[in-house]
Design a protein around this ligand. Structure first.
Ligand code: SF4
Length: 327
């Protein structure tokens, strides 16, 4: 399954693998598990035997498919997109051969005009596998945290070299308490949605928002969730957090927004150095970008400093184009 997505923080999904296993409470009502059951019932080969009925609900069987034919899909998308990698699975689950992850990396490297958002609940596996792979400027690495019992995943993620590190606090199932967000560039927060949705409390969201503000981490409130997530909306403390109102406008502002203005993916032609555990990110002009656009003041930000990425992105010029993408 690959294509345009309604998920507020991405543009498209790409699933080179399918099938997964439940790992922690955030998986209990996994949307992908329900969707995989539907696709399996429709005879979609990539989802064959991935789910079975148990206690009146569909659950993963543990069957995993490596979808060779899906590997090249992003290369066929000429317009730059933010792409959520394996929205229906977890690339770093046990059983995915390192060699296959390497092939996913090869595609992401070749499709340099896209931003790839790789999210896992298994950052320890991600750390091990990624250690043998190049750190790509267009690949963002993230982990999911549902409550305070899983904040250790953030510590693991922080040590992984990446252009952008993000944490998805969704579904948020409890307070996370005090968290160290140093080196974390972006946080997504959302309540659970779907027929068995568990409630989220405003104070849990608020404590994350406050800590994001203190650490300079961009905050994106995705949804309240619930059985009818559209009705629940996305207003937080009286502020409408619509699709285009996320704290940075992150990649949307930089990669694509086809409402008459076609932006060239200039930020991703910048070279970002990927540093180890105490991250700072340097942005250096390369071909097609005048280094004059990036004074040392604008172009070099400490990743832990407030608003560094937002400031860097604001400094990137927008370019109007009537023709197709040059990519
Ligand atoms: S890791 Fe993700 S895809 Fe896998 S069961 Fe958990 S929520 Fe679902």
């Amino acid at each position: 399954m690959a294509g345009l997505s309604d998920i507020e923080w991405t543009d498209a999904t790409w699933n080179p693998i399918s099938g997964c296993r439940i790992l922690s409470p955030g998986c209990t009502n996994c949307y992908a598990m329900r969707m995989a059951a539907r696709l399996q019932a429709m005879g979609h080969a990539a989802y064959a035997d991935t789910t079975r009925k148990s206690g009146g609900r569909w659950v993963w069987t543990g069957t995993l498919h490596l979808n060779e034919e899906a590997l090249s899909v992003p290369l066929g998308w000429r317009a730059p997109r933010r792409i959520f990698v394996n929205s229906m699975s977890d690339l770093f689950q046990d059983g995915v051969p390192d060699a296959f992850v390497r092939r996913v990396w090869d595609v992401m490297q070749e499709a340099h005009w896209h931003v790839f958002q790789v999210l896992t609940k298994r950052p320890e596996n991600m750390a091990r596998v990624v250690a043998g792979l190049p750190c790509l400027p267009n690949v963002w690495l993230g982990t999911s945290v549902e409550n305070r019992d899983y904040t250790v995943r953030i510590s693991t993620l922080r040590k992984i070299p990446a252009a952008v590190r993000f944490v998805s606090f969704e579904p948020l199932l409890g307070p996370v308490g005090k968290v160290n967000l140093r080196g974390i560039h972006w946080a997504i927060v959302g309540g659970e949605s779907g027929p068995r949705a568990r409630l989220v409390r405003e104070e849990w969201i608020g404590e994350i928002q406050t800590q994001c503000a203190a650490s300079g981490t961009a905050f994106f409130f995705k949804q309240w969730g619930g059985r009818n997530k559209k009705a629940a909306g996305r207003s937080l403390r009286g502020q409408n957090m619509g699709r285009d109102a996320d704290a940075l406008g992150l990649a949307r502002r930089t990669m694509l927004e086809f409402t008459g203005i076609r932006m060239l993916p200039l930020p991703w032609r910048l070279r970002r150095t990927c540093l180890e555990s105490a991250p700072s990110v340097s942005l250096t002009g390369t071909a097609g970008v005048s280094p004059a656009n990036y004074s040392s003041d604008k172009g070099r930000r400490d990743a832990g400093g407030p608003g560094w990425l937002e400031a860097a992105l604001k400094s990137v010029p927008r370019v109007r184009s009537r023709g197709g993408s040059r990519l």
